[in-house]
Write a protein that binds this ligand. Structure first.
Ligand code: GLN
Length: 464
């Protein structure tokens, strides 16, 4: 079956099917495969069917349909949907129901899209394999025994398993791009400030962005164009206007490749053949020296844990979700609720973040990391003066096995080497499936998402 939304829309117009039938077939797939994959934590079956019936009715009456009528999507468990559970896959938010919609959800609803479920993820979006969820790990839908990537692993697995047309994820250091790569999909981390974070549970506020994951570029772009743009509810969104993507846009010509040492041999081979292809197609391709590899992971983990330790201070057992049964004083209520409610990885990061912000260490770690962040930004801008896009692998390795890295947090952190870069500088980055479960990532100028889409279409043509 062709899973594309646009194919569905044409079939509905020919009278071959209905939006309701399509939602029902997604639901069947979910009922049959989700128990094994654990990609969705909740399925909104009744609501999804009702919404689809509504579009079918309007269509039959000859009324105009909104641009994404009947497009089916899932949201990550850190994006708020009014009246539904919201948990960031953490025990500490047990029982919490969101009273409001995130801006992205509201915009998709107004565009006619149908939300079919809530996707599993790493707790508070901290992780690279979706093994840190309080609701159990997500399985890779196409490689048994492997991780789907993280932290938006449930979103990527749902999109790859045929549960929806598009999945929403969030990306603080790669959590859209890396699982999209591991599952053979497209995934976009928009420019910082392009998409509203209103209604996104904060992990590291100066890094977080919401974005789409999808098997097809056309649908990814359509969803991006609906969710992007200024939002008065998020003061960090930019009021820079959004030009709709057009196929007239020329493909980027000058490509800078960043290839760190230690790439897995399959990744290395895939990239050498890609570089040759681009070269033969007349592109200007250069392998560029990058002096900052050793600084990316430390800088990212200092700054994000600092921000996380502050963002997560609000979970105190009083205001939301889980509260301990055993408290004898207000201090023990806080301490016990947090000890029992947060998982291991989240606690590790709160400790690390509190440490780097503490008196006596603040300048040595936090201030220094901010300076490195600035250097990285300046260097990236200087590269983008000379090149149209910066390209690199999305992950240094193909997907790994479940359990392979859980005992070694440092190994897990190192797997984010190539993705944290774009969040440190704020530039947009698009994951493009290259071959199998190996992905190519292209970064471009601030708010130049369209150039990345043009790059992806150019590669598509090359591959044919
Ligand atoms: N794996 C990275 C981390 O654990 C990225 C997470 C993310 O982008 N949300 O921080």
């Amino acid at each position: 079956m062709n899973h594309s939304y646009y194919a569905l829309r044409r079939a509905v117009e020919r009278g071959d099917t209905t939006f309701t039938e399509r939602v029902e077939s997604f639901l069947q797939k979910i009922y049959s495969d989700n128990p094994r994959l654990n990609a969705l934590l909740e399925v909104y079956d009744t609501e999804a069917i009702e919404a689809a019936q509504n579009w079918d009715k309007l269509y039959q009456r000859g009324q105009p349909l909104p641009p994404l009528a009947g497009l089916v999507y899932v949201h990550k468990d850190n994006i708020a949907v009014a009246g539904h559970r919201l948990g960031a896959a953490s025990r500490i938010l047990e029982g919490y129901v969101s009273p409001f919609d995130a801006t992205v959800i509201e915009r998709l609803r107004n565009a006619g899209a149908i939300c079919i479920g809530r996707a599993n993820c790493d707790e508070f979006a901290m992780g690279s394999s979706n093994e840190n969820s309080a609701y159990g790990p997500v399985q890779h839908p196409l490689l048994e025994g492997y991780v789907p990537g993280g932290s938006s692993g449930g979103s990527a697995a749902a999109a790859a398993a045929g549960f929806c047309h598009v999945a929403l994820g969030s990306d603080t250091g790669g959590s859209i791009r890396q699982p999209a790569a591991f599952c053979g999909l497209y995934g976009l981390k928009p420019t910082y400030g392009r998409v509203s974070r209103y209604g996104l549970i904060a992990y590291a506020s100066s890094f977080d962005q919401i974005g789409p994951i999808a098997p097809s570029l056309q649908e990814l772009i359509a969803v991006y164009e609906v969710i992007a743009g200024f939002d008065p509810k998020d003061a960090t969104t930019a009021s820079i206007s959004l030009e709709p993507f057009s196929h007239e846009m020329p493909p980027p010509k000058r490509w800078a490749f960043l290839l760190p040492k230690g790439l897995h041999s399959e990744v290395e081979t895939a990239f050498h053949s890609l570089i040759n292809k681009l070269h033969n197609a007349g592109m200007e391709v250069e392998s560029v020296d990058f002096p900052y590899w050793d600084y990316l992971i430390p800088t990212y983990y200092i700054l994000t844990t600092a921000e996380a330790s502050s963002n997560l201070a609000r979970y105190d057992g009083v205001r939301y979700g889980y509260r301990t049964q055993e408290a004898s004083s207000i201090e023990s209520l806080y301490a016990r609720s947090r000890s029992e409610g947060f998982g291991r990885e989240v606690k590790r990061r709160i400790l690390l973040g509190t440490f780097v912000l503490s008196t006596g260490y603040y300048d040595a770690y936090y201030t220094r990391a901010q300076k490195v962040r600035r250097l990285l930004y300046d260097y990236t801008e200087s590269l983008l003066q000379r090149y149209d896009v910066i390209a690199m692998p999305t992950s240094a390795t193909p997907p790994f096995r479940l359990g392979e890295k859980t005992q070694d947090p440092i190994q897990m952190y190192l797997s984010d080497l190539l993705t944290v870069y774009a969040n440190l500088t704020g530039h947009p980055a698009l994951q493009i499936p290259l071959q199998g479960f190996i992905g190519l990532q292209v970064m471009g100028g601030l708010f130049a998402e369209n150039r990345l889409f043009a790059a992806a279409y150019a590669l598509d043509t090359l591959a044919q």
